[in-house]
Design a protein around this ligand. Structure first.
Ligand SMILES: C[S@@+](CC[C@H](N)C(=O)[O-])C[C@H]1O[C@@H](n2cnc3c(N)ncnc32)[C@H](O)[C@@H]1O
Length: 340
């Protein structure tokens, strides 16, 4: 994984507002202008949306975190009539698009600095708080998963979503400890992981980093949400509309890369498979296939170091059917209703 757990690093000097990542590159790829309607699926602190509005476009902003929507009201007033904010997950973005379609969709995947900084949201092992991690504040929490999931399932979650080498050992230690006292706080879990993880001097990250990342991705079904949002954007964009996605680790980037490869007809064929008729491309690549932050941006904002931007231009071809098999994702979704 490119930069494991980067989202849970506390910035030096205490809490900060979220600094938008790759902002200039996002605007370049999205091309906002007067008369265009852009959907920002991850409104957050409104960094992207404000810049898009300043370029003259209209914005529909979505966020699954109700706190974000409440604090965004200030911007709704400032941009009188040009910004609409909706509390929604971005996999449902097509439901919020007008019939004649959108000119752009932008997604900035992950959690914001504000969410990490609030101890009571439970995203950070560096801040003691309830073991929660639910962006939408509803559904199954990280504590539910840690206290109820089978050892085999915890091992799969930590191994696949966190690329944690000691996933089995940590899962077994969790099972033993929860039999006497269920986990309620981030500190309890971080302390247990620290106790059972062998540590080497060259390790740069805290031993709990990967498990916390895995739990956050699992609790919020982040990979499923991303995959479904890409299909939804394909349905909701007008011909000529742009889809711009910024990701922060390799599992997410792989999904975006596979989607654009499949939809632009660039999936390399195998000589072992029967010939299949090429389907019409629904997207063409915009600019470079992947864009990284400049050294200057990475210096100012460490979050930007692992960011990758990919963008596509919607063609005239009809949206294809939803096919999750293009992503090679393991079936972790069946666990997602646990404890609900
Ligand atoms: C990295 S922040 C976005 C920051 C924003 N681009 C800015 O410039 O301020 C990600 C935001 O997306 C939201 N989010 C994450 N997954 C989501 C989903 N599946 N649906 C809707 N919002 C989501 C989070 O609640 C968070 O507020």
């Amino acid at each position: 994984m490119a930069n494991p757990g980067e989202d849970v690093t506390e910035p030096e000097g205490g809490p900060v507002r979220h600094i938008p990542v790759l902002l200039a590159e996002v605007l370049d790829a999205l091309d906002p202008a007067e008369g265009k309607l852009i959907l920002d699926g991850t409104f957050g602190a409104g960094g992207y949306s404000s810049a898009i509005l300043d370029a003259g476009a209209q914005v529909i902003g979505l966020d699954r975190d109700p706190t974000v929507i409440a604090s965004g009201r200030v911007l709704v007033e400032r941009y009188a009539g040009r910004l609409t904010l909706i509390s929604s997950q971005f996999s449902d973005l097509a439901e919020h698009a007008p019939k004649d379609g959108l000119d752009g969709v932008v997604l900035d995947i992950g959690v914001s600095s504000m969410q990490i900084d609030e101890a009571e949201r439970g995203f950070s092992f560096q801040r003691n708080g309830p073991l929660d991690m639910r962006m939408s504040r509803a559904g199954v929490s990280a504590a539910d998963v840690v206290n109820r999931a089978k050892v085999g399932d915890l091992t799969r979650i930590f191994g696949f979503l966190g690329e944690e080498k000691h996933s089995g050992r940590i899962a077994r230690a969790i099972e033993k400890r929860r039999a006497t006292a269920p986990f309620t706080t981030t500190r309890e879990l971080a302390n247990l992981i620290e106790t059972v993880s062998p540590r080497k001097a060259k390790d740069k990250i805290h031993p709990a980093t990967r498990v916390f990342q895995a739990l956050r991705i699992f609790v919020n079904d982040e990979l499923g949400e991303l995959a479904q949002a890409l299909f939804a954007a394909e349905r909701a964009l007008k011909p000529g509309g742009r889809l711009v996605v910024v990701t922060f680790h390799s599992l997410e980037d792989r999904i975006v890369k596979q989607f654009f490869a499949d939809r632009s007809g660039k999936v390399s064929g195998s000589r072992h498979l029967p010939m299949v008729e090429a389907k019409p491309a629904t997207f063409e690549t915009v600019g470079k296939s992947v864009v990284h932050a400049t050294d200057a941006e990475a210096e100012i904002n460490p979050r930007a170091r692992s960011a990758k931007l990919r963008a596509g231009l919607r063609t005239h071809s009809a949206a294809r059917t939803v096919d999750m098999s293009i992503f090679d994702l393991p079936d972790l979704a069946s666990l997602a209703t646990m404890g609900a």
